[in-house]
Write a protein that binds this ligand. Sequence first.
Ligand SMILES: [Zn+2]
Length: 175
Amino acid sequence: MALGKDYVTQECSIARALEVVGERWTLLVVRDALYGVRRYNDFLVHLGIPRAVLAARLQTLTSEGILEKRRYQESPPRDEYVLTESGIGLWPTLRSLGLWGREHVSGVKLREFRHALCDTELGPYGECRVCGTIVPVPDVVMVPGPGLDPDPADPVSKALLRPKRLLEPLVTEPV
Ligand SMILES: [Zn+2]
């Protein structure tokens, strides 16, 4: 029997949230969207997942109001997926999860997040250690860390080797 994704016996907001974002790959799609990935093929090559799984995750994230579909080309019709306010609201969760992963699981610093205005690494609560603000997502700059593969195979990973602001649409080089 396939496992359902609902936690019917749980009276808990964490359980409700996990019903939306707790499926395998879902939070990684949101992570990529925060990094500026918007196009189906870019998600596909970066995540390396079956097309059907990606399509299902994008469908769920869109119907739950976490991603919004926007037409960027008419012929042939092509849509891109952009985070909504609700989706951007997952940033603190993903940032904390990454920090926890680094401290308790991997021990490797793959990316660093900095306040664009002060050029300082964010503290554990997403705060700037210089000006003290909880840095708004568009003002967070992602900087590759020393643990990243310097010569990745896919164009999205390559493009993500350059420092960039979160949410800023990712531009990949033609292969
Ligand atoms: Zn600052």
